[in-house]
Write a protein that binds this ligand. Structure first.
Ligand code: FEO
Length: 352
């Protein structure tokens, strides 16, 4: 008998209680640890106290990461792509999946039932009373799936494409994809694999996200005027005030969009603190095929635009035009310049 992945540590006892509703825990011979991150491996210490002789099955890299998390001398067995473990009638087959999304990540496939258990891949941070995709609200599921991809897998998009190509060449029948987060794909399970391929290919919906924060509303007035300019060119936009927006949601909108306009007042020769994390995210997530520009208001020193542009460059976002900044509150004429700024950005973006 095998268990594929555990749970986050605080839920270890609940996992064991749930297993006991189905089988005697002591019947488990193998615990497959597809990935060391603690939301999946955190249940190992308590579980292994019940089954100290069981084998913990890991990838090469999992053999490095899991012992360093738990410092326990469990029986480890290392597997690579194509290795299998017989469970009697059916077998478990392993496919290593480095960087989807950690070096240690791997997929486990159950023959006979044709169930792919890809750990984080194809999942969502989503809790629902529905267990399967044919029971769930698919608008919510896809929004959560793209959010998961945008925030976790974006930097590894090239590897996602390679892994999907490699997996499809194996020609393995897949009737169910059961990620370790969110709903289980039972109806047309390959739909999410194909969607990953599309997302990994770096497309966008041609829209713009205007990300800003404001101290005394000057930068916000500029953001609204720039939005008006985008609308004049027929470009769809979303406004995100970082003082009240969820960063993961904003990253998701950036992922879908083509353009990113970032605005901040200058504060203490720098940017408002709410703007800085999203700039760090942009650097780390390495979005492809995005274009951007900066704007902001200031009172004295006015570094805002320069700092935002430096960060856009570090994130390899192509700066389409020089940023725009105004001192104190923008005048009616300056707001018209912001409208024009948005219109020019939209026109330039269309020609990219
Ligand atoms: Fe990489 Fe769900 O943990």
């Amino acid at each position: 008998m095998a268990l594929v992945d555990t749970v986050y540590g605080p839920y270890s006892q609940q996992l064991i209680d749930n297993i006991r509703e189905v089988i005697d825990v002591k019947k488990i011979d193998y615990v497959i640890a597809n990935h060391a991150e603690v939301d999946h491996s955190g249940g190992l210490p308590l579980l292994m106290k019940h089954i100290p002789d069981a084998t913990v099955v890991v990838s090469d890299k999992g053999k490095e990461s899991i012992p360093k998390h738990y410092h326990e001398d469990w029986n480890f067995r290392t597997v690579k792509t194509g290795d299998s473990i017989s469970l009697g009638r059916d077998s478990l087959v392993f496919v290593t999946a480095p960087m989807l999304h950690w070096p240690d990540s791997m997929f486990t496939y159950l023959t006979g039932r044709n169930v792919l258990m890809p750990n984080d891949a194809f999942g969502q941070h989503y809790a629902s009373s529905a267990r399967f995709n044919d029971e769930a609200d698919m608008i919510e599921v896809y929004q959560e799936s793209v959010k998961f991809y945008a925030n976790i897998l974006t930097p590894f998009s090239e590897l996602v494409i390679k892994k999907i190509d490699e997996f499809k060449k194996l020609n393995i029948p897949v009737d169910i994809i059961a990620p370790s987060h969110g709903i289980i794909w039972r109806k047309d399970p390959m739909q999410i694999v194909n969607k990953y391929y599309e997302w990994a290919s770096g497309g966008n919906d041609g829209s713009v996200v205007i990300i800003y924060d404001t101290m005394w509303n000057a930068t916000e007035k500029m953001a609204f005027a720039i939005a008006e300019g985008l609308a004049k060119e027929g470009i769809r936009y979303r406004l995100a005030n970082m003082a009240v927006s969820d960063r993961n949601d904003v990253i998701t909108e950036i992922f879908k969009a083509k353009g990113i306009l970032i605005g901040s007042p200058t504060l203490n020769n720098g940017l408002l603190p709410t703007i800085k994390p999203i700039l760090e995210d942009l650097k780390g997530l390495r979005f492809r095929n995005k274009v951007g520009a900066a704007f902001g208001s200031y009172g004295w020193s006015g570094e805002c635009v320069k700092l935002i542009e430096e960060n856009l460059a570090k994130a390899r976002i192509k700066i389409l035009q020089e940023g725009i900044k105004f001192k104190w509150q923008p005048t009616a004429d300056e707001l018209l310049q912001c409208v024009e700024f948005g219109r020019r950005f939209a026109a330039a973006m269309k020609s990219q």
